[in-house]
Design a protein around this ligand. Structure first.
Ligand code: FES
Length: 148
């Protein structure tokens, strides 16, 4: 019977190496993905969102909601290299707003408040405070939102 004091003896050296490589590779992919989606500058106040073929921001009118140091933010691509960003947290009772590309408005699914997507002002209640806006600039490859 095998002495299983050493994990390599129990699972076999080859199997151990293969499993270790998969675990390490998965960890690297996970960390690099998290860093690229929620990357921040050195002062921790910017959110950098990469744009690839699968990103909703790959097309004008696309939007994403991401986490930031100020809570969830919603970013909309409004042109080839034009973006807007607002707090995604509804000012009524903290629902997470969604972007409607047809009306170019943000709408809260909880009680259907609507907000202007250029300045965040309330278009329809029950919310009575605008969504805070954050500076956003980007390219076809990424967008950076300053939430500081
Ligand atoms: S929480 Fe958004 S409208 Fe009520």
């Amino acid at each position: 019977m095998k002495d299983c004091n050493e994990i390599v003896d129990c699972v076999g050296r080859r199997e151990f190496l293969v499993k270790s490589a998969f675990i390490a590779g998965g960890l690297v992919l996970t960390l690099s993905g998290a860093a690229s989606v929620f990357g921040k500058t050195a002062d921790g106040t910017d959110v950098v969102i990469p744009i690839d073929d699968k990103s909703a921001l790959n097309k004008v009118g696309g939007s994403v909601v991401v986490d930031s140091t100020k809570g969830k933010i919603i970013v909309v691509r409004t042109g080839d290299a034009a973006f807007v960003a607002f707090s995604a947290v509804c000012t009524h009772k903290r629902g997470i707003v969604e972007y409607d590309g047809a009306t170019k408005q943000f709408e809260c699914p909880k009680h259907h408040s609507k907000f202007d997507s250029t300045d965040g002002k309330v278009l329809d209640g029950p919310a009575d405070e605008p969504l805070p806006k954050y500076p956003a600039k980007g390219t076809s490859a990424s967008v950076t939102v300053a939430v500081g």
